[in-house]
Design a protein around this ligand. Sequence first.
Ligand SMILES: Nc1ncnc2c1ncn2[C@@H]1O[C@H](COP(=O)(O)OP(=O)(O)OP(=O)(O)O)[C@@H](O)[C@H]1O
Length: 598
Amino acid sequence: MSEKREPARNRSAVRSLLRLWPYLRPVRLRWGTAAVVAVVASCLGLVIPLVLKWIVDGPVAEQDPGGVWLGALYVLLLGVAEAGLFGLRRWLVARPLAGVEAAMRADLYRRLQRLPISFHDRWASGQLLSRGTADLSLLRMFLAFPLTFLFVNAVTIVAGYVILLGQEWTLGLVLLVPVAPLVVLCFLFETRYSLVARRAQDQVGDVTTVIEESVLGIRIVKGFGRHRSQQLAFRALTGRLRGTELEKARLLAWIWALITFLPELAVGAALVLGTMQVADGELSAGTLVAFLSTTLALRWPVESIGFLIAMSQEAATATERFFEVMDEAEEEPGGAVTSVPAAGDGVRFEGVSFRYPDAPEDARPVLDGVDLHIRAGETMALVGATGSGKTTLTALVPRLHEATGGRILLDGEDITAMPRERLRELVSVAFEEPTLFSATVAENVLMGAGPSGDDDTEALGRALAVAQARDFVDALPEGAGTQVGEQGLSLSGGQRQRLALARAVVGRPRFLVLDDPLSALDVHTEALVEAALREVLRGTTALVVAHRPSTVLLADRVALLSEGRVKAVGTHHELLRSDPEYAWLMSGTEHGRGTDPR
Ligand SMILES: Nc1ncnc2c1ncn2[C@@H]1O[C@H](COP(=O)(O)OP(=O)(O)OP(=O)(O)O)[C@@H](O)[C@H]1O
């Protein structure tokens, strides 16, 4: 499992969260209105103690039952208004924030589609999945709740303290004593919690990766009886995540306890002082009741600060993780030459070199000065020992990877001068490991249809015929309209390969790159596919990676890739005679059996 770990945080939580502004901007009015509504609702709660003071010092002192009932009615109305306003806030933000989450998810998906293969090579899929799911839900929750309530509670606390100081400033000052230690504690907590939150979210990504790999690789796990060891490994991983979550809970418990305890101490001290002042006649009983009711009304805004900070910290981490992907450089769009290259020259590799970005410094480049010319309309087989760079070379033609040296020309035009979209219309690909999507057979195949204007049904029929896939597709319950499961798991390897081949040829591409696309077919079916390919793709220039002589025979000529270069080019029979390495690679036939090139 490849892992992606970012360097230590270099961005404060606030700066990370500010990056959400472009997404929040379109809904700022509704969000702002909701925040104001919440502030009003929260501050209404602070009016209740003032009504209590009026009741105690007025109707209660004067023994006026009618006044007490009126006061109670005021309190009830204030409570109903508070509840109604909080409900309105929720209604105001629910829809726009769901829209923000959807927009962020769409942007992330679009970015993932446009990032180069080298990015996907580096990142574990579970890490990307968890960023697109759990992290974004967390951000929606943050925008709906902690972001609003950090603001609402701050305003409520300030308003509450102003009321407290106005009622009796000496008691109010007592309540201000814990503020300084609480600020320091919150700062320390935020620093610690941010590290643990990041670790937890990365571990969720790792767990997602393992689940995904085990589901996709379930046949291997079962086939090798590895479910117990897989389970143990998974348990270890979830154990680590559990440990991190417990560490988060411990930190949260500490800060919550301190945030509750310190103000309670101050309230206790104020209560003692206040009672003494009432006894001395310096303070009215109503003022003390109102004072204590206000401090009680401030309990929730103060106590919630700990977990609001914790949730904001998790949201900051989720934002960082989101932008780590969004900040990656997309594939460049390519050149601007949109003309279709004039037919005639085929494919040329001129001094092409390539090394993988994550290869060790001292490693030799995979390709080191490849020169090869595939004439227009010719089919060239590419043969080489395992690991010699055949797949790598084929990936350079549609620019799935970028050549690090030299150039590749299609009918005389440098591929880097073409817009990528145009290039990928001209070049069709099929790989040894065929990927089918959760869609119908027809949809999977027609993904490869360019804007040729061909009738889809006719093109589909022709492509299935070339790939010798017609019989088995017709036998499917709904023919070409049958849904094939994730990665086409309901089909055999050979069937999937044939659909992938049909996808590659359905658009009658000018250039075709096939990476051992017939490896799972029996020799008989392979021969039929080859015959059909020859017939249908007469005008196509093709590069076909081949491991077996039967595939090589499809080609007009063969190129032998060795030590990063094209060592020899010729027909199959020429190379069998002239090149011992080729003969060795093709051994298994009567020609080269037992001949060692070295
Ligand atoms: N994403 C990658 N990052 C780093 N090195 C890679 C990557 N993919 C392949 N390689 C290395 O590049 C070399 C060539 O690999 P490539 O897949 O092109 O060989 P191949 O000739 O197609 O092999 P095979 O016949 O086994 O399919 C190998 O040494 C491989 O380890």
